[in-house]
Write a protein that binds this ligand. Structure first.
Ligand SMILES: [Zn+2]
Ligand SMILES: [Zn+2]
Length: 177
């Protein structure tokens, strides 16, 4: 959803308050994509902060399926966005000249504010380092990929047994020498 900032950027500098539907269906980081399980409307407030700056305040609640760090099961993870930002308002031509700052406010282009892009940045800032489906998650088998929370597999047991007996044999041989 694109908000029109022409009122805010006009001579009158009218503040803008908008209730905006979040259109994000999935959240992408590079090649990975995570489903947006539920989302609420975003509240966005924009006002002129002087000297070509804009003050933006926003809130939005989303639930995104973030893979468990151990077993990769999607864990519904809540993002309670509540942010304030002050950014340069620049015309498209000025933005093209200042490529070094483009990343910081890539959601404003001239008179347009791209709400999904703004929310994307905020979600990225709050992205958890590690998500676990439960503290006792047992992860997946490295050999066959079995989710060990849902069942066991044979390769784990025989793997460990083989390993142990080999070590025992080595130890025995060593002793006999
Ligand atoms: Zn897990
Ligand atoms: Zn296995």
């Amino acid at each position: 959803m694109i908000l029109n900032l022409s009122g805010v950027l006009s001579e009158q500098h009218e503040p803008l308050d908008a209730v905006v539907p979040c259109e994000m269906e999935e959240f992408r980081i590079r090649k990975d994509s995570y489903p947006v399980i539920s989302k609420e409307e975003a509240f966005i407030h924009v006002e002129y902060a002087g000297e070509h700056k804009l003050y933006i305040r926003g809130t939005c609640r989303l639930v995104i399926g973030v893979p468990c760090d151990r077993c990769l099961t999607a864990v519904p993870t809540e993002f309670e966005l509540d942010f304030e930002r002050e950014v340069e308002s620049r015309t498209a031509e000025a933005a093209a000249d200042e490529t070094d700052e483009l990343d910081e406010n890539n959601y404003i282009d001239g008179y347009h504010l791209d709400v999904d892009r703004l929310l994307y940045n905020e979600i990225l800032v709050g992205w958890p380092m590690k998500v676990l489906c439960s503290e006792s998650c047992r992860g997946i088998c490295n050999v066959c990929g079995q989710n060990l929370n849902e069942g066991t597999c044979n390769c784990i047991d025989t793997g460990i047994d083989l390993g142990m007996s080999v070590i025992r044999d080595v130890f025995k041989n060593f002793k006999e020498v």
